[in-house]
Ligand binder design. Structure first.
Ligand code: LLP
Length: 442
């Protein structure tokens, strides 16, 4: 986070609170979110997109992609920064509503929303539902009709563009579960328009996540705007949702485009493509998650064991911490890379190549595959892994009956729990075979 500092005594502070104090007060592993940083990123992103799209004569709706990290507190920060909330399950919807988010500010996604989810979403009056397959048209229309309302919908289209980090693929990504087939979109939009209980807002596409450049977005926007031009013959298409996916730096080699540059480039592309086709510039919607909350979070771990492992001529120092793939599945799932540092002291010791491993019974349980720590790293040291705000807590599991860690928000020298950690009692409470309180008695 932008507030992380190394003080004179070697301790790292986040939001003005020392990592050592956080660990002492709340235990480890611990997710720490810098509230000011998260709020600032949300507000700055919105301001950048507002300014760039105002320049081309339109407005932008920014949705925060709640799948990256959601709690009621964080949902409120996002709304206070002027963002809407994008949810993709009934559970995420319930949390957003519990946070007091106005239903009209919620967009509801999912490639297999249940009938109950669709019913609840239309009943509470979510702002938009993103239709992801042909059968959903009737399902959403019927639910909206039942509640006597007209539901705004977008149609998610597979633009055929797939992007990840540096590259994008312009073709051959049709074979995936999200969105409707590009060529089918006109007929499906006609079917939406034929439903009196549906109001067609526009198209949606999402081309991937952790994207560094603008080329994939440009290609996808161009394809969708060509479709948009065709659809205008049959009625209004007021909006275009370009999805999320803006990348962040996890290690020092990552070099994502700054958000302001992405906003400027996207506005230029949209303006040029609309001008070329002679169509009005639609209202633009975007749905970033990671770029807002990812850099605002860190995870603190305590070192339990260190073990030099000889590999031929070389030695790798394995440093095992008190969490792992249950609080950060991304290295195991995606080969994701992170960095690490000692958070409670500085050392003059020569750097050693380390691999930070978790405590789970699985050899793929890696937190940081390769980084350097002072060679005297030892049991009891406090480690900080930056950029864990997105897709870590939200992807956390209870593998090996390890409770999910607490989430603490820090700001202006104060820390407070925003999601309590799980205890073994929480986990045993769901086991129907445990006599009540037996585990406490034994
Ligand atoms: N909109 C839609 C329709 C999405 O599917 C996603 C992410 C987003 C927005 C937000 O994308 P973001 O701006 O956060 O990149 N678990 C993976 C990432 C999965 C992303 C899923 N969809 C990871 O940890 O890398």
């Amino acid at each position: 986070p932008s507030s992380a500092r190394r003080t004179d005594d070697g301790a790292i502070t986040i939001g003005g609170v020392s990592a050592g104090d956080l660990a002492a007060q709340f235990g480890t592993p611990l997710y720490v979110i810098d509230e000011t940083d998260a709020r600032t990123r949300a507000a700055q992103l919105r301001a950048a997109f507002d300014a760039e799209f105002a320049r081309i004569g339109t407005t932008v709706r920014v949705y925060y992609a709640a799948k990256a990290f959601l709690s009621t507190e964080v949902a409120r920060w996002m709304v206070e920064a002027g963002l809407n909330i994008d949810v993709c399950s009934g559970g995420e919807l319930a949390v957003a509503l519990a946070a007091g988010v106005a239903p009209g500010r919620i967009g509801f996604h999912g490639n297999n929303k249940s009938r109950a989810e669709i019913n609840d979403a239309t009943r509470v009056g979510v702002g938009t539902i993103i239709i992801d397959s042909p059968v959903e048209i009737e399902r959403v229309a019927e639910a909206a009709g039942r509640h006597g309302m007209v539901q705004n919908v977008r149609l998610r289209v597979n633009s055929g563009v797939h992007a990840h980090t540096h590259e994008f693929l312009a073709t051959s990504h049709e074979d995936q579960k999200f969105g409707v087939v590009f060529e089918d979109a006109p007929a499906l939009v006609a079917a939406i328009r034929a439903q009196p209980s549906l109001n067609f807002l526009g198209l949606h596409c999402h081309i991937g996540s952790q994207i560094f450049g603008v080329d994939g977005f440009a290609e996808s926007a161009s394809r969708l705007l060509s479709l948009q031009a065709d659809l205008l013959a049959g009625g209004p298409v007021p909006e275009l949702n370009l999805g999320g996916g803006f990348g962040i730096a996890y290690t020092s080699v990552d070099d994502p485009s700054p958000v302001a540059d992405l906003a400027a480039a996207l506005a230029d592309i949209v303006a040029a493509e609309c001008a070329r086709r002679g169509i009005p510039v639609p209202v633009i919607a975007i749905e970033p998650g990671r770029v807002i909350i990812g850099p605002a979070g860190v995870t603190l771990y305590e070192v339990g064991t260190t073990k030099p492992v000889r590999i031929g001529e070389n030695t790798r120092l394995y440093v095992s911490v008190d969490g792992g793939m249950s609080d950060n599945a991304r290295p195991a799932l995606y080969g994701a890379e992170y960095s690490v540092r000692i958070a409670d002291r500085v050392s003059e010791a020569a750097p050693a190549l380390v691999r930070v491993a978790g405590k789970h019974c699985e050899s793929g349980d890696i937190v940081v595959d390769a980084d350097y720590l002072p060679g005297d790293v030892a049991p009891g040291d406090l480690l900080m892994v930056p950029a864990t705000g997105a897709y870590c807590w939200s992807l956390a599991s209870n593998y090996n009956y390890v409770g999910r860690p607490a989430v603490v928000a820090v700001a202006d020298g104060e820390a407070r729990v925003i999601v309590r950690g799980e205890t073994i009692d929480d986990l045993l409470a769901r086991d129907a075979g445990v006599p009540r309180s037996a585990h406490e008695v034994s």
